[in-house]
Design a protein around this ligand. Structure first.
Ligand code: FMN
Length: 189
């Protein structure tokens, strides 16, 4: 059956390293027949979760913003690729705000809508010390273990700073992104 793969770019920098890598994962997924969609959080209006917990009592989130459509996209997808650069040893504010809104799926009413879905994370950063990215990986690991999702792949790309540098840095990262997308798109992970 054709897989639906959703890519979510959490960098505010359009056509930057995260954007390029997530797009490359989606290109890999598309090459094996998956239906793909790319979303840039920076283009959307997503307000912060204020813990009202309306989502724990009914069908909907109380916030009327672009997350309504994104919840639908997440529910329909078979696999999700989340990309964020390291910003001060954490994810970007855009990505953190998006993850906060996933509290919707923490509700017992909605957990079944995402349980067991495959996820991949893509994390470029400037430094070359792998300890830099550890807090971001731990963050994703713990969030998605909690949500009972499968974090199947982590593509960590050190030493990229300038916009689009990942293209000239090494073919290796783009190839790995493409191959991960092929696996995700064919349901091998
Ligand atoms: C506000 C800000 C904070 C950053 N903090 C870090 C950091 O703590 N460690 C690091 O290695 N790179 C850091 N960077 C560099 C980015 O991770 C790097 O430039 C990355 O390639 C940007 O990806 P993008 O092109 O997708 O935005 C930071 C960049 C910005 C703008």
């Amino acid at each position: 059956m054709q897989k639906r793969i959703l890519g979510v770019v959490g960098s505010p920098r359009k056509n930057g390293n995260t954007d390029i890598l997530v797009s490359r994962v989606l290109a890999g997924a598309s090459s094996v027949g998956a239906l793909i969609k790319l979303i840039r959080l920076g283009d959307l209006d997503i307000t912060e979760c204020d813990g009202c917990h309306v989502c724990w009592q009914g069908e909907h989130c109380a916030k009327k913003d672009d997350m309504e459509e994104l919840y639908r996209e997440i529910i329909q997808s078979d696999g999700i690729v989340l990309g964020t650069p390291v910003y001060w040893y954490g994810p970007t504010a855009l990505m953190k705000g998006f993850i906060d809104r996933l509290v919707f799926f923490n509700s017992p009413l909605h957990r079944g809508l995402i349980r067991g879905k495959s996820l991949m994370v893509v994390i470029p950063f400037e430094e070359t010390d792998m300890n830099t990215v550890k807090p971001v990986i731990d963050f994703f690991d713990r969030c998605f273990t909690f949500l009972e999702m499968k974090l199947v792949e982590k593509l960590v790309v050190p030493g990229v700073s300038r916009k689009g540098e990942v293209v000239t840095k090494s073919e290796k990262w783009l190839r790995e992104a493409f191959e991960s997308g092929q696996k995700l798109g064919s349901g091998l992970t």
